[in-house]
Each structure stands twice: as C-alpha cells, then as structure tokens.
Design a protein around this ligand. Sequence first.
Ligand code: HDE
Length: 697
Amino acid sequence: MPSRPPASARTSKTTPSLLAETHQQTDDKKNALTTNHGVPISDNQNTLKAGVRGPALLEDFVLREKITHFDHERIPERIVHARGSGAHGFFQVYESLADITKAAFLQDPKIKTEVFVRFSTVAGGAGSGDLPRDVRGFATKFYTSEGNYDLVGNNIPVFFIQDAMKFPDLVHSVKMEPDKGFPQAASAHDNFWDFASLSPESMHMLMWTMSDRAIPRSLRMIEGFGVHTFRMVNAQGVSHFVKFHWRPKLGMASVLWDEAVKINGADPDFHRRDLWDSILNGDFPEWELGLQVMDEKAAAALDFDILDPTKLIPEEIIPLRIVGRLVLNRNPDNFFAETEQVAFLPSNIVSGIEFSNDPLLQGRLFSYQDTQLSRLGGPNFHQIPVNAPRCPMHNFQRDGLRQMEVPKGRVNYEPNSFDTGTPRECPMHGFTSVPEELDGTKIRKRSETFADHYSQARLFFRSMTETEQQHIISAFAFELAKVETKAIRLRMLGHLAIIDPALHTGVADALGMSDAADTIQPAVQPRDLPPSPSLSILNKAPSTLQGRKIGVLITDGFDGALLATLRKSAAKEKATLMIVAPKVGGATDAEGTLVEADGSLSGSPSILFDTVVLLLSAEGAQDLATLSSGVDWVSNAFAHLKIIGHTPASQPLLDIAGVRPDDGLIPLENDKGIKTYIATAKNGRLWQREPTLRRPG
Ligand code: HDE
C-alpha cells in the first residue's frame, strides 16, 4: 500500500508539495494559465478527485478540455509529401519582366514579395527520415500584391506519369504495401516496380529518381522545377510558354547511397536540421529563378510535345533567362501552424501567369483544393495565417466550418442595390484568361505526341558523367534486388535495354541476372538526342566549401594552434567547422586548454560531414584505433570518398581503418598543409577513389 502523503499536501489546495521543488507558479493574473475560455487555472498538475486517493470527477472541466484538445491535435497528414520542412523569405526580380508578363510582383526589382517555401519528400509519412531515395517537393507561395501565387514544383523537372488519372495508382504503388504496412518511404519493393515496369511513360523520371538527384546533400543544394509548361501573358495580351527553374546559389550536391542509409539512422532530421540551422545562423539559403521562355513557334519546333510532363527542354536548346532571387531568411514560429497547415494550390495563379493544357496539371488544379477540405476541415482554410493573402480580399462567400471572420451587414450577394460600397467585379484589373482557340471532340485518349517514352531517358543517361552513370546503375541494382518477383526484374531490364545497352548490361551484371530480359516493343523507337551536359550534377559542381561542414576529430593533447588556423580558414570559406571528441565534454589541447565538442564520436559519425580532419595526438590515435567507433569514423570517411586532413600522429588509426594513401589524404603538419587541405576539400569528394572501393551490386 502506498504511503500516505504528508499532511501539508492533503490540506493544500494549490501547492502540490510532491512537486514543490520544481514547481512554477505566478501571482500575476496577467500571466495566469487559463482554459480556452479564459478561466484562470489554479492547478495544472492534478485532476479533480473525490479525495486525494479517490476517483476522478467528470465535472473537472479543466482536465476534460485539456485532454480533448490534445486528443485532436493531429490532422490528416498529406497523402503525398507528408514529410516537409518550411521557411519564410522573399523573392525579388533582377529586372522588370514586363516584356513577358503583367504579373505585378514581377514588374519592378524594388518589389520584395514575401514567400513561404515548403520542401518535402513524397513517399514517406510525416515522421519518416529525411533521406530516402525520393523526389523532393519544392513548393513556393508568393504573397503578391494581386493575390497568392503558388509554384508547386519538385526538384526533378519531369514526372512519372502523363495524366492525372494515373496518380492514385502511382502513389498507391510506391507507398507501403497495403497488406503489410511496409516498406516505409522506399520505392525498393515489388508494387512500385511492378507499376513502373508496366508504365513506360515513367522511364525518364525513373532515370532521375535512380540518379543522385534523389539523395540530396541539403535542401539548400537542390534545384527546383515547375515541371509543367505554363504561360506568361504581358499587358499587351501576348502570351509565351514558360518553364520554371530554381537554381541553388550553393550549387548542387548529393550524398552517397551508403551515406543516405546511415544518415537516416544517425540523424533522421538531417535536412530539416540543416535548413533550420543555416537560417538560424544567418546563412540564408538562396536560389535564382530561371525561365525558359518560348513562343508558340519555338514550342512547336521542339521534337516533343510541351504539354507532356515527362519531357524537359534541354538548356542547350532554350537557355535559361535568370530573372530573380529567392532568399529564405526566417524559420517558422510554429511548425504545425505554418509548415503543417500551409495549403499549396497549383490553381493559385495571378494575372500574367496561366496554365497550359498539360493533362497532369489540369488534374492537379482540382486535387489540391479538394485535399485541403479533408486536411484543414472545411472551405475556410484560406483564413489560416500562413495561407491568407497579404493583399485585401473580399467577396460574398460566407459561413462554413472554421469560419473565423465576422462579416457585417445584410448584403451577402452580388449584384445588390443596398450597399454600393460592397465588392464589385473589376474588368480593368481582374484576372482574365488568354483567349485560346479550342476545338475538339469529347474523347478519353492519350495524344499520339506523348508516345516517345525512351529518347529523353536515354538523353539523361548519356548526359551523365561516368561516375553518375555508375550511381544510376547501382541504384537500379539496389532497388531491383529488393524486388522479390523475378518477372518484374526481367520486365524492368527489358526497358533498360531500350534506354541504353550499357545501362542494361551494368544492371543485369550487378543483379547477376544474365537471363534474357523481356523484349519490349516501344510505341515509338527512341532517337539519339544530343546529350545535355547541364543535366549532370558533377559537371556543374562549384569549387566551394560554402555551406559545407568540416568535422574535426580531436583527442587530448591535440595541437591547439593547428585547430585555430583551421577555424580561420574554414570561416574564410564560409564553411561550418564542428568539433567531435571521444566525449562531448571535449578534449584538452597540448597546452592544457579544454575545447568543448559539438558532438561525440558515436553521436556524430563522419557521415554527417562533407570532409573531415583528424587532429589526433599519438596517444589519442592509439586509443581510437582500439575502438570500433573510432575505426568506423575514419573508414566511413574514406569509403565515402571524403577528403581527409590528418596529423602525422593519426597514422595508426588510418592504418587500422584500412585507409590507403591517395590524393584525398592530406597531411597537416603546418599551415601549408591546411592550405592544401582546404583547396582539395573545395572540390568535394575524391571520385577517383570510388572504383577502387565499390562496384554496382
Ligand atoms: Fe502533388 N499533391 N499531385 N505533384 N504535390 C499534393 O496536395 C497531386 C504532382 C507536389 O508542401 C497533395 O496539399 C495530383 C506533380 C508538392 O504542401 C495532393 C497529381 C508535382 C506537394 C497532390 C500531382 C507535384 C504536393 C497532397 C497528379 C510537381 C506538396 C497534399 C495530377 C510539379 C506541397 C496537398 C506541400 C502535394 C495531388 C502531381 C508536387 C494530394 C493529383 C507533377 C511539392 O493534392
């Protein structure tokens, strides 16, 4: 039987003495905790009971309200793109775009338009890790002076399917298998590859999702695309087709697949944390907006249909016009209120920007509005602060669930003669659609102009560097090895054979499946298009350490002066330097000064850094060489092709970790060593090391 509480607790109404040591109360009414209806609360620790050891009373409205609210804290997660991270910022054009659009926010470089951006993965649930192999959503809400404009894009310029009708099938196939409830956030399973291999239109996009684009290093280092062709219309009514591109100022970078797998365990919030921290530290992520603009004639001259969302326009054919910049400079105040409740609608456009007839886009114009009704509980989600336009809005839509406004007066219709001050149509400034001549037969059929499913898949593969091609082969091999049904693997190999013989052989070898792949008859024979080097990440990789992380491993007795020089050099490059020590308390340098660590050896594995430095003393190196966490730290850095700076005393650990000398190992004896280290690390990974360590399979 529990012992009786002391008498003081039994008699006191407000002081729960069992918690007295840590308990915080106020005498100030202004600060008092209240119920949702404003009644001040005297005790937030205890239920109202019939006697201190008696049953709870139903009349305890304080408890019931608190628990009821808690029970309803979650809203349905997004069916796709459930896992996301958001940020506030602004967009600004470099020059007026009046020649192509009348959109108010694109007229003047002095105009800074507030934005909210949400990045996301697609397949996993809201609590899934940040680094599955997946497409990333890149959705931007521009709060313009003429209404909200939402550019709801991805980090890949093409899509899996050509018609909205197929979206539920695609998504069902990639998500957890419905009987098993797994795999979570992974396309590597039978259902997905069954659907994909039966959908030749997905071939081009599959090349992208199997490429390094699908495992980005940071959300700050992804490109973004509007995917569909849109229109821009100027004040004279002249219309152009446009494709939207976001270009990251930090350049693109990806992790390796082996790192992705490990990062999901070591830090499932890797991308979300990186975005948050960089904004917190004032390193504001930035993108430039690029447009591919073409008139009807130029569009008609392309060798594919611009309404087909599985195709891209190589920049070598229509170059990008760089028109402005997007800066993210403020973290959300509240994740739920903003990032979770933000409702992007591709149907949110403003005067000067219009849709095209892309059948995928047309379906999206319905879906997003519809999905918000179940996610946000009714038709008034535009009143939620993150969704509300910053410009005036008034109409006669009334009532409905979650109505927050209190419209005044008797007039709730138009036309009306009671109040001339109520809103009226505005032909002069109101949104009008560009008059497009349409004439067609009612028909449920795919256009013949959408039939070539392989040429651009081949174009993509042949535009990659050798290293990137190997990664694509490895990714296909990894995914297909998880497919249990052999017939699906053989069907997929049949498609790869059409895309490129080297791709097919590479994957078949890696799978150890040289049996005949299925013979697939393409609807249209693929053509050899000129490669587009600008599609490669590595071809465009900048030489920089900006936004990158240097992990410096220290042990007691390390060289403090060397660390100081390294810190200075890292700061000059705008890189983040993080100290890792066997214990997070830190390590003392040779002079006896304690340097606190940012992370411990096991908590901050080398996979979390872009490049590493071993600043070890002789004893430290000997000691770490006996620990698996020390050996893993170094062998992983080597296996992940990182540039490794090291003191000569670190050699025993390098040896035990199986590190073989190459151009990526930089001895740090003095300042010159640091210079060489920085110059080498700026180039990213040592790709030449890869074939000596790994082969697809
Ligand atoms: Fe989406 N998509 N989608 N999508 N999509 C959603 O809308 C849908 C497509 C994209 O951060 C949903 O509010 C259909 C292409 C992003 O909140 C849903 C089709 C592209 C986001 C929906 C597509 C996207 C979504 C789920 C085929 C790239 C996250 C919750 C016709 C251009 C936005 C929601 C955010 C979200 C439907 C295809 C991008 C279910 C029916 C193509 C970035 O309405």
